[in-house]
Design a protein around this ligand. Structure first.
Ligand code: SF4
Length: 441
């Protein structure tokens, strides 16, 4: 909650002119980034980014950063959210940032509130293609570049929202962000994935990224004993105990000897497995169960359990959180949805192959779920001969022959970088795209 608990403070920025001001809304007329986001979306086609009144409080999960606006994917109002990213946003001493208008040149937006009453706002023109080709490439390069450029101006670690080439060339570009620790970008990336808000940020507002942070401290709700009393009344448990109970799946579920959405969903799905662009829905239950046992339980999930769960490679999104839902293997973060769409749905059942494909999509800044679905459909068309490899600019068709499927070799065949990049390049990116991956990834 903020200085004046009865109002929401929104930094309105018109990228076209660089003009900005803080607009105040009475709590009661509006309550947070979703309902105010609807108002501003339909009034200004604004992209509103912010947190609710409980951000910064002791309540778990209250620090998700909310993105609200008209989605370029489906042209209706949409809300997407990113774990933990509102914790640093709260240090700006505002509730929301609302973007209207488009910067005349692709730019980085710098926001900082350093001990003062005023927020420092700068729009710095950049050449996105040059940034995307640096260091860790794509989305990650934007984060690194912003930290390099502006990091020294912050007293506490800032955070960066970033887009990649997918935001320029498709309507389902995502916004990515990884927590910064002691000036270094971590590998625990978090995403506002659905709805194409990365595409909106780039194409409608001219922004490649936003770096934000500050030193502002609010009087947020931190009275644990009052919160515990509320939880006691409602659930007969203290808040932390209830939190531990409801987040079991995301941390470690002893019922399945695994954890996280990837672990628990795959352990539990049995014959409900979906693979090969949903072709499995036409299979018998026995055939699906057989696939689940041989390819998932005995390989894909087994690798995950050995490499991630047994070695306790779990992190949080930046928010101190008991769920520690971010399941890692080195620099790769394993969530169920992207590792399903760019896994079994594409005919990939091996972690090494799925890691390559998922990481590549992340670097390009795609909504991983959407691009996985599209890719699986294109693979299906190639396998059925409905599209020729030449039409997609590739030199092969995927190996989807289930009878003699080589779970490691055939998965890698399908994920081969040159192959999948060419598929994206020809069919998803703009005609100007070289098809070789603009991020050089
Ligand atoms: S670690 Fe996971 S569950 Fe916990 S707040 Fe972050 S995104 Fe949510």
């Amino acid at each position: 909650m903020h200085d004046n608990k009865h109002e929401l403070k929104v930094l309105m920025l018109d990228g076209a002119t660089g003009f900005y001001r803080v607009q105040r809304y009475r709590v009661g007329d509006f309550f947070g980034p979703v309902d105010l986001g609807i108002h501003l979306a339909f009034k200004h086609n604004a992209l509103t980014i912010g947190a609710g009144l409980l951000a910064g409080s002791v309540f778990p999960g209250s620090n998700r950063l909310i993105f609200a606006g008209i989605s370029p994917c489906w042209h209706g109002f949409y809300v997407s959210s990113m774990g933990g990213a509102a914790l640093i946003f709260d240090n700006l001493g505002i509730n929301m940032l609302s973007l209207i208008g488009k910067a005349p040149h692709p730019s980085l937006l710098y926001l900082n509130r350093n001990h003062g009453e005023e927020i420092e706002v700068e729009l710095v023109p950049v050449v996105p293609e040059r940034i995307w080709d640096q260091g860790r490439k794509g989305v990650y390069a934007v984060m690194e570049h912003a930290i390099h450029l502006f990091g020294p101006r912050y007293e506490k670690d800032p955070r960066v929202l970033a887009v990649g080439p997918a935001a320029r060339d498709s309507d389902f570009g995502a916004i990515g962000s990884a927590p910064v620790k002691k000036g270094e970008l971590t590998h625990v990336d978090t995403w506002a994935g659905r709805g194409g808000f990365g595409s909106k940020l780039f194409q409608e507002h001219g922004l490649v990224g936003i770096i934000y942070g500050g030193t502002h401290i609010d009087e947020d709700f931190r009275d644990r004993s009052v919160a515990d009393q509320w939880f006691q009344d409602k659930f007969n448990q203290r808040m932390a105990a209830k939190d531990m109970e409801v987040t079991t799946k995301y941390r470690y579920d002893p019922k399945f000897n695994t954890g996280g959405t990837f672990g628990v969903n795959y352990a539990a799905m049995d014959g409900d497995i979906l693979a090969f662009n949903y072709r499995t829905i036409y299979w018998s239950q026995e055939a699906r169960r057989d696939l689940h046992e041989r390819f998932i339980l005995n390989h894909y999930l087994k690798q995950f359990n050995q490499e991630t769960i047994q070695t306790k490679q779990q992190r949080n999104c930046g928010e101190p959180c008991a769920a520690v839902c971010k399941k890692m293997h080195g620099r790769f973060k394993k969530d169920y949805e992207p590792y399903q769409t760019m896994g079994p749905l594409c005919g990939i059942f091996d972690q090494r192959a799925a890691e390559q494909l998922n990481h590549h999509a992340d670097r390009l800044g795609f909504d991983a779920i959407s691009v996985g679905g599209t890719l699986a459909w294109l693979m299906d068309c190639l396998d059925d001969g409905l599209i020729t490899p030449q039409e997609l600019g590739v030199d092969r068709v995927p190996k989807w022959e289930v009878a003699n499927f080589d779970v490691v070799g055939d998965s890698m065949h399908t994920t081969r970088r040159e192959y999948t990049v060419a598929v994206w390049g020809q069919k998803i990116c703009a005609p100007s795209c070289t098809g070789k991956g603009e991020a050089g990834a």
